[in-house]
Ligand binder design. Structure first.
Ligand SMILES: [Zn+2]
Length: 416
């Protein structure tokens, strides 16, 4: 959890900030490369102290690195060490730290951050070698900011985040538990029968994004035009990302406020983002028709999947701060099983929306029936005192690393 504020650097500061990003990425990638050389039996990877020495040598050899801030470059190494420690942590294993690309969100970390308030709406943070950089002041900063992070997203927007404890959601014990079913289409449904829609991309935005994507595929690699198209795509994606984040915040707060126990499905989120299948052209064997509608559906599926990842993460953060338990239950056959008698059969699901048990005649909304099953499966896990995993097993960290649209970007066939 962090307090995150939009940064508005002066144009003279942009070069310095971008330089820090590039150098932090370079140092990180060197550490990844070095690590990839070591595995059990081949000795151990260099220690942190050795790496700092190597960094000092690299700075001597490389004027570009030497011109940057050594504290920011050292912090990139510390970040890498932390990521490796998280990767080896048996309690909640994280993804293995990988190479960082120029195309992803860029950023660097500042140690012993100094920040101050300028006015009601503005503050500034000190960036080594760049100076004081202005940011929009939205929430009270922590007393001692510690390590802050400056990032630049793919749409070129800068942010600074200061680590802060997740504030508790103001609530009273409600004596309620909720199972939550992730709808395949647009909604999440609770066992109490509430439906929540996830933000989808509008038709106009999707059309623009897909058009840009097609344009990109025709442009030369490493050309300026291609870079511009990429930025335009990122701008569309950023608008969607903002809505998605907003949605996850609102819904997670509401769910935490209303329930003492929340049961979620253990779902393999990335598997939900599938490439739409090519449509063969009946008139021309071996040829394929454009399937733009499916490409748009693919975009929305990607957004939905990332909404889920984000919601799961925010639910866990807020639950931990607010005395609410979050459990993950096995979702297999929850959509086919009758909540009243337990009979499980695909025919029970009459349609996308209607569940009618073939054995006892129980009738319910299909997603609500599934949510009730999820709740019923989750409660015994709590009662048995089983350790509840911090992340759903198999998820790694369920936090999406990239905007949703990027995840779905592979969905348009080039033939379209
Ligand atoms: Zn039944």
């Amino acid at each position: 959890m962090a307090v995150r504020n939009r940064v508005y650097p002066a144009s003279a500061q942009l070069g310095g900030l971008a330089g820090h990003c590039g150098q932090a990425r370079y140092v990180w990638n060197l550490a990844v490369e070095q690590q990839s050389w070591y595995w059990p039996g081949r000795g151990s990877a260099p220690s942190a102290a050795q790496r700092y020495r190597q960094l000092a040598e690299a700075r001597k050899a490389e004027p570009w690195l030497a011109a940057g801030s050594s504290s920011i470059q050292q912090q990139a190494l510390r970040d890498f060490d932390r990521a490796m420690a998280a990767f080896f942590d048996p309690a909640s294993p994280a993804r293995k730290p990988g190479y960082r690309s120029r195309r992803q969100v860029q950023g660097f970390a500042i140690r012993d951050t100094r920040a101050r308030r300028l006015s009601r709406r503005w503050g500034e943070v000190f960036v080594p070698k760049v100076g004081w950089v202005r940011f929009r002041w939205t929430r009270q900063l922590p007393e001692r900011p510690g390590v802050s992070r400056v990032t630049c997203d793919r749409a070129g927007r800068w942010h600074v985040s200061f680590p802060a404890a997740q504030p508790a959601v103001i609530r009273e014990p409600a004596g309620r538990a909720a199972g939550i079913d992730r709808g395949v289409r647009t909604a999440l449904v609770t066992s109490a029968g509430q439906h929540y829609r996830a933000p989808a991309i509008s038709g106009r935005r999707a059309a623009r994004y897909l058009a840009l994507q097609r344009k990109l595929s025709r442009q030369h690699q490493r050309s300026n035009g291609r870079e511009r198209t990429r930025r335009q795509m990122a701008l569309v994606a950023a608008a969607v990302t903002d809505r998605r984040k907003d949605w996850a915040e609102k819904i997670s707060t509401r769910l935490i406020r209303d329930n003492d126990i929340i049961v979620l499905e253990k779902l393999n989120t990335p598997a939900m983002v599938r490439r739409p299948g090519p449509k063969p052209d009946p008139g021309q064997p071996g040829a394929f028709l454009p399937n733009r509608a499916r490409a748009k559906a693919g975009l929305n599926r990607g957004i939905l999947a990332s909404c889920w990842g984000l919601l799961g993460q925010r639910l866990q953060d807020k639950a931990a701060a607010s005395g609410v338990r979050v459990v993950f239950a096995d979702p297999r056959f929850t959509s086919q099983q009758c909540h009243a008698c337990g009979h499980a059969q695909p025919d029970n699901r009459e349609s996308q929306a209607v569940f009618r048990c073939q054995q006892c005649g129980h009738l319910d909304h299909a997603d609500r029936n599934a949510a009730l099953n999820i709740l019923a499966r989750g409660l015994p896990l709590l009662a048995a005192g089983e350790p509840v995993p911090a992340h759903a097993p198999g998820h790694g960290a369920p936090r999406p690393r990239q905007p949703a649209l990027a995840a779905a970007a592979g969905t348009t066939p080039e033939a379209a």
